[in-house]
Design a binder for this molecule. Structure first.
Ligand code: F6P
Length: 367
């Protein structure tokens, strides 16, 4: 029999980069909290920034009407504002300080008995620290379009990003075919190749470059030329932003000071495109899909996963399952200790059946 604990009010925040489905989690959590347990719910604005600075708003059922199909997050989010490493101005200079005492003060001031923290690796690490250091009753909800969080098979947001990337490949196909061109599509995903691999297979790409498999331009060009010789005068190359040539490093676009994850990747698509055009002589165009992958209405799959996560998060808090993260445990939603989720990154397994099937069907991974 699950333990029942004395929770009357919970807090919710969304941290890190946004992902389609955040609002669906908030909606489910609020509805379950209010209807099932008679709790009151407080939303902290703009991720951990709101928790540090005490920016809050009451969340009632009325506040979550109509938000299920909406992308983004009604609470706002940021990938800055880590309470253990918070930017403070002192004598005109920015210094980083541990301000976790302000978090505890705000939690106490608003009579919060438990926190639902929805975020990616960076936010979940902070959630885990709050649990480990202060025994703050937290439950994590894994979010990211990158699908790279350990200890869960899938994060919400991924399916929507995948759908957007697949639609982009479908569109590139028709123009590539008309002009006999090579089309390169750079997709997001940080250091994991989930979006590139899945969208590449779903969209029928000819070459897929992912961070887990170092590539050489020679092998990429071999595939393009092989297709040309077989009478297929166009090719589609999908490149994950974190893909790197053998012996090389991923291309860094910029470094964002004060962010949970300061390195921003990007640019490999243009490098690949330029080299393919030079080596094969085929006209090549590059598209960087960028933040389109993060926006828009969540797919039905993401709405359902996010709803299940939001409901489970509140149920688990009420059972006293603190310091955990909700995750799919087919056929149900289960949980794992946050420490397991934040310890490692989930990347594409080189022995996975999808990778094997793709190779067997002639897709090149540039190796
Ligand atoms: O983690 C989600 C993600 O969209 C990555 O795929 C991408 O590398 C990064 O965030 C972009 O971050 P920002 O929105 O700060 O540019």
């Amino acid at each position: 029999m699950p333990r029942r604990v004395n929770i009357k009010r919970i807090g919710i925040l969304t941290g890190g980069g946004d992902a389609p489905g955040l609002n669906a989690v908030i909606r489910a959590a609020v509805k379950v909290a209010v209807r099932e347990f008679g709790l009151s719910v407080i939303g902290f604005e703009d991720g951990f920034g709101g928790l540090i600075e005490g920016r809050v708003r009451r969340l009632t059922e009325r506040d979550v009407i109509g938000i299920l199909p909406r992308g983004g997050t009604i609470l706002g989010t940021t990938n800055r504002d880590n309470p253990f490493h918070y930017a403070v101005k002192e004598n005109g200079k920015i210094v980083y300080k541990d301000v976790s005492d302000r978090v505890l003060a705000n939690i106490a001031a608003h009579n919060i008995d438990g926190m639902v923290i929805i975020g990616g690796d960076g936010s979940l690490k902070i959630a885990n620290e709050l649990w480990k250091r202060f025994s703050l009753p937290v439950i994590g909800v894994p979010k990211t379009i990158d699908n790279d969080i350990a200890a869960t098979d899938q994060t919400f947001g991924f399916d929507t990003a995948l759908t957007t990337a697949t639609e982009a490949i479908d569109k590139l196909h028709t123009t590539a075919e008309s002009h006999n061109r090579v089309m390169v599509l750079e997709v997001m995903g940080r250091y994991a190749g989930w979006i590139a691999l899945h969208a590449g297979v779903a969209g029928g790409a000819d070459v897929i470059l992912i961070p887990e498999i170092p590539f050489t331009i020679e092998k990429v060009c071999d595939k393009v030329v092989e297709r040309q010789k077989a009478g297929k005068k166009f090719s589609i190359i999908v490149v994950a932003e974190g893909a790197a040539p053998a012996g090389g490093q991923p291309v860094v676009k910029k470094v964002v000071e004060g962010s949970f994850e300061p390195i921003r990747l990007g640019g490999v698509g243009h490098l690949v495109g330029e080299q393919v055009e030079k080596e094969t002589g085929m006209e090549t165009r590059v598209t960087v899909l960028g933040h389109l992958q993060r926006g828009g209405s969540p797919t039905p799959f993401d709405r359902i996963l996010a709803t299940r996560f939001g409901a489970a998060a509140v149920n688990f808090l009420m059972e006293g399952r603190y310091g955990e993260m909700v995750c799919p445990r087919t056929p149900d939603i289960g949980s794992v200790p946050l420490a397991e989720a934040v310890g490692a990154m989930r990347r594409v397994a080189l022995g996975s059946d999808l990778l094997r099937a793709a190779r067997q069907m002639g897709i090149s991974f540039g190796d």
